[in-house]
Design a protein around this ligand. Sequence first.
Ligand SMILES: [Zn+2]
Length: 187
Amino acid sequence: MVPAGLPQDAQRATPIHNTRMALLTILEYPDPRLRKVAAPVPAVTPEIRKLIRDMAETMYAAPGVGLAATQVDVHKRVIVMDLSEARDELRVYINPEIRSAEGEAECEEGCLSVPGYYDNVTRAARVHVRALNERGAAFEFDAEGLLAVCIQHEIDHLSGTMFVDHLSPLKRARLAARARKKQRLAG
Ligand SMILES: [Zn+2]
């Protein structure tokens, strides 16, 4: 996810040069691979930990506040997020599940897979989430505010759902036309 109202490079992180990490390519709407449903992670292996490092670097470089593995064409249930201003509080969620949700809140959202587009989405105001951390240990927490919005946005990605799917049919049609025009210009 990308928070609304920030120019794309306003919070660009200093590039980290580390040969153990790699920038991954972020798929862009309407790429059909963004519609795949991600599989649960059976065990947190070194391969999963490498994926987490690469996803974190990709998210920080983009920059965004959240990234789901689906967005980098890896169809495993892994999410990275960092909502801190200093960009030093990486959160990792493996096999995240929303156990309960209540209330309604509207927030302006953006997405690294829909660059430059922001719109209001209504979601649950509060969610209770269960996930595994990067060591494979289960944890649970209650979320509200931006954390609740972001975790719902990223868990949606793992099911092949994007924030634009929550918009009106008219807005989705406009966005699809915009994406087609962009593809024509690029291709
Ligand atoms: Zn997104």
